[in-house]
Design a protein around this ligand. Structure first.
Ligand code: MLT
Ligand code: MN
Ligand code: ZN
Length: 304
């Protein structure tokens, strides 16, 4: 890339919530259409976003279980020099859910990179010896305090902002009726004076959350469900979005209403396969687009 101020580039490697689209065992309306190859419902991998400040070196936000495939289908992430190389210089973990960390196991082949995460997520990795497969001599674990800004090199800086959220599913008491608050963060990345906020999980759009968005040029926001009881009504689950730690798009406290007045780009990611916005031309998709929001797709590139 040329010029002194190349700005910030984001590539959406995966735009879906846990399970992806279609989900391997699901026959909900969206999954059936996606599996049948309906052009209105392109398949989607589980969420992960690559960010660059120079167009050459990339920071991954979230380590999706689909990471290997995502890297293979993204030319910018291919090795470029020597026998072993990766343009990925760092991986940022913003929650400890399986769909946010399992991808680390897909990039364990003796490649140096920096692993940025807040203390509670570093603790989850430390408590699970399987992650020791990432050689500590090659993969430096960098613990970030909330709101601490760190220079990641290559023109990028990073800061982790706590978000309303819950503990990972596998640490939950399965009988719990209320979600237990737990470590969930948004990543605020900056390059060339441009800022992107990546917040694939948010349980509640507080004034503080809105303030973070107002400091950004674009937000990649939690698009898990359109309606809070969508999974129950689709017959595929017993939990509301609220119980899962995800605010829905619709409703008075939903993202469409709460983010309506923001003048930044608003792009939905972490979209669950029951969400009807995944069907191009659906009423819900039209509603979202008419309100000025975008529905991310795999391979989407955003330049700021
Ligand atoms: C979520 O987004 O609610 C979690 O990823 C669910 C899960 O861990 O499967
Ligand atoms: Mn998830
Ligand atoms: Zn489904």
């Amino acid at each position: 890339m040329v010029g002194p101020d190349p700005g910030l580039t984001a590539i959406v490697l995966g735009s879906a919530a846990g399970g992806g689209v279609p989900q391997w065992n699901c026959r909900c309306r969206v999954c059936v259409l996606a599996r049948a190859g309906d052009p209105r419902v392109p398949p989607r991998n589980q969420v992960s976003i690559a960010i660059s400040g120079d167009g050459k070196t990339w920071l991954l936000i979230g380590a999706s279980p689909d990471l290997r495939q995502q890297i293979l289908t993204t030319p910018a992430l291919a090795p470029r020099e020597g026998l072993r190389h990766s343009p990925i210089s760092g991986v940022v973990l913003i929650n400890a859910d399986v769909d946010g960390i399992a991808g680390l196991l897909a990039i364990r082949e003796s490649q140096p990179f920096r692993l940025f995460a807040p203390a509670p997520i570093q603790q989850v990795l430390k408590a699970n010896p399987m992650f020791d497969v990432l050689d500590p001599n090659l993969v430096e674990r960098v613990t970030l305090a909330p709101s601490q800004r760190i220079d990641c090199g290559h023109g990028l800086s990073l800061c982790l902002l706590p978000m309303p959220g819950k503990i990972p599913l596998y640490l939950e008491d399965r009988a719990a009726v209320q979600p237990e608050p737990g470590p969930t963060y948004a990543a605020l990345v900056e390059a060339g004076g441009r800022r992107a906020l990546i917040a694939p999980a948010c349980a509640n759009i507080t004034d503080q959350v809105l303030a973070h968005m107002r400091q950004s040029d674009v937000v990649f926001f939690d698009g898990t469900l359109f309606t809070d009881d969508e999974m129950i009504r689709a017959g595929v689950g017993r939990k509301t979005g609220r119980r899962m730690g995800h605010v829905s798009m619709s409703g008075p406290d939903g993202s469409l209403a709460r983010l309506a007045d923001l003048s930044i780009r608003r792009i939905f990611v972490h979209i669950n396969n029951t969400n009807p916005v995944l069907i191009e031309g659906s009423d819900e998709r039209c509603q979202v687009e008419a309100a000025g929001f975008e529905v991310a797709f795999d391979g989407m590139e955003v330049r700021l």
